[in-house]
Design a protein around this ligand. Structure first.
Ligand SMILES: *[C@@H]1O[C@H](CO)[C@@H](O)[C@H](O)[C@H]1NC(C)=O
Ligand SMILES: *[C@@H]1O[C@H](CO)[C@@H](O)[C@H](O)[C@H]1NC(C)=O
Ligand SMILES: *[C@@H]1O[C@H](CO)[C@@H](O)[C@H](O)[C@H]1NC(C)=O
Ligand SMILES: *[C@@H]1O[C@H](CO)[C@@H](O)[C@H](O)[C@H]1NC(C)=O
Length: 425
């Protein structure tokens, strides 16, 4: 009754494969905490322009109004929520528990609705089409827009940030790029009836936003809005985003924008550990400006604007193996889901291949997080702390953004509904 030997066993190759994969799985360790930051779903354009041929039909096209989430946007968030359920099936309780999951949104209709739609995908009891007796909505927290210091960037009331921005836009590289677009903007003024030359670039973005939203919803574009015009508008947007989250002084900009949220996420986790809280997940429903600021702080902005429902995740895991080596018993990995048809991208912080030990992550991000005594929104360069050394973290962003400022690296641009920095989208 000799049974088949190990080598002859049909499961043999599988076992070998398992042995190969095992160290990786062990290295990963179990999840202990997750923070998610996502952009709202598809929305109506934020504005129209004087010569907009579709101006008259705005109320029928976008019955909820400009800037509001569309049915498609609701569907995208539901899908994201379902994806999160499958990713965290073994981590979260099957049902919502208030001590386990905390959801915060900016105080905009589209982000609040997005959070709710997402939760309907994540928690069966909030799902559409379930039995009425078991249906339960899930709470979403917010603070008034003017008091939101966590998710809404840039803060209007941050003089230092505006000073940094002025320095960037007065620099020669920026001015040269801008001059190259003066003729274009003059022509666009005539096409749109807007005044654009010498105005903040966000006006040009709003035109792009309107065009792309209309196009995405099947409307014909005016004849002047050729693919070339859209491409140029996208390049102008890239320049402006780079100015907001990139060099010069990218680390200082981050301290006043994305670094605040990054710091909050790290503090959320420290607090959970220190107090032994049952909290497992925080979710932040926000804007592309929020994601761009966070990417800028992480040195991961690469010229791509986050599409609707894009989600950046921070996964904290218990570190298995030698805990003394790098110090600390937790690692952090990042993922970015910007395409629902693909697996999320694994990202690593420049200078720390994932899974990155949390202590190293803290260390590398220190220059981009606000100092312990608070967000340095007041005060000027003279009184400022000496400029942070260029850490490896920022090196990648510096290179990419320098290229962008020179007008290179723009070929891969894919337009999407862009935010205007004057207000989140
Ligand atoms: C654009 O220029 C043409 C010709 O110069 C002029 O007739 C038209 O009124 C202008 N349109 C706008 C919106 O300024
Ligand atoms: C997470 O951090 C934010 C910002 O500091 C704070 O408002 C929130 O209460 C924290 N949440 C938890 C559960 O620690
Ligand atoms: C890591 O170590 C700290 C203190 O040494 C402990 O409080 C915490 O629970 C540990 N975390 C994990 C995920 O094991
Ligand atoms: C997603 O992000 C990656 C990295 O930035 C980029 O290469 C890719 O084109 C993006 N995909 C979409 C659909 O935006």
């Amino acid at each position: 009754m000799a049974g088949p030997g190990f080598r002859g066993h049909p499961a043999g190759p599988l076992l070998l494969l398992l042995l190969v994969l095992l160290p990786q799985a062990l290295l990963e360790g179990p999840l202990v905490f997750v923070a998610l930051v996502f952009r709202h779903g598809d929305r109506a354009p934020l504005a129209s322009y004087p010569t907009d041929p579709h101006k008259e039909v705005v109320s029928t096209l976008w019955p909820r109004g400009l800037g509001q989430l569309t049915g498609e946007g609701v569907r995208q968030q539901l899908e994201l929520g379902r994806f999160l359920r499958s990713r965290y099936e073994d981590f979260l309780s099957p049902k919502y528990r208030r001590e386990e999951v905390y959801i915060r949104s900016t105080d905009f209709d589209r982000t609040l609705e997005s959070a709710q739609a997402n939760l309907a995908g994540l928690f069966p009891e909030a799902a559409p089409g379930g039995s009425e007796a078991h249906w339960r909505p899930i709470p979403v927290h917010t603070v008034p827009v003017t008091e939101d210091k966590l998710l809404r960037f840039p803060m209007r009331s941050c003089p230092r940030y505006h000073e940094l921005l002025r320095e960037t836009t007065e620099a020669a590289e920026y001015q040269e790029a801008l001059e190259g677009w003066t003729d274009f903007l003059t022509r666009l003024e005539n096409f749109t009836g807007l005044s654009l030359v010498g105005e903040p670039l966000r006006r040009a973005w709003k035109v792009l936003d309107t065009l792309i939203c209309q196009q995405a919803h099947g409307l014909p574009l005016p004849s002047w809005a050729s693919p070339d015009v859209l491409r140029t508008l996208a390049q102008i947007s890239t320049l402006d985003i780079g100015a907001h989250v990139g060099p010069p002084r990218a680390a200082e900009k981050a301290q006043l924008t994305g670094g605040i949220l990054l710091d909050a996420i790290l503090s959320n986790f420290s607090r959970v550990q220190r107090l032994g809280l049952p909290l497992k997940m925080v979710m932040y429903s926000a804007h592309d400006s929020t994601l761009l600021a966070l990417q800028g702080a992480l040195g991961l902005y690469d010229g791509h604007a986050p599409p609707y429902a894009a989600c950046l995740g921070f996964e904290f895991r218990r570190r298995l193996g030698d805990v003394d080596e790098d110090g600390g018993n937790v690692t952090i990995s990042l993922f970015y889901r910007n395409d629902s048809a693909r697996l999320p991208l694994s990202l690593s912080l420049p200078g720390c291949p994932e899974p990155c030990p949390l202590s190293r992550f803290h260390q590398l991000t220190t220059p981009v997080r606000p100092p312990a005594h608070g967000v340095p929104c007041h005060g000027s360069y003279e009184t400022a702390a000496p400029r942070a050394p260029v850490v490896p973290l920022l090196a990648g962003a510096v290179a990419v953004l320098a290229a962008l400022c020179l007008g290179l690296g723009l070929l891969a641009w894919r337009p999407s509904c862009l935010r205007a920095w004057g207000g989140p989208v």
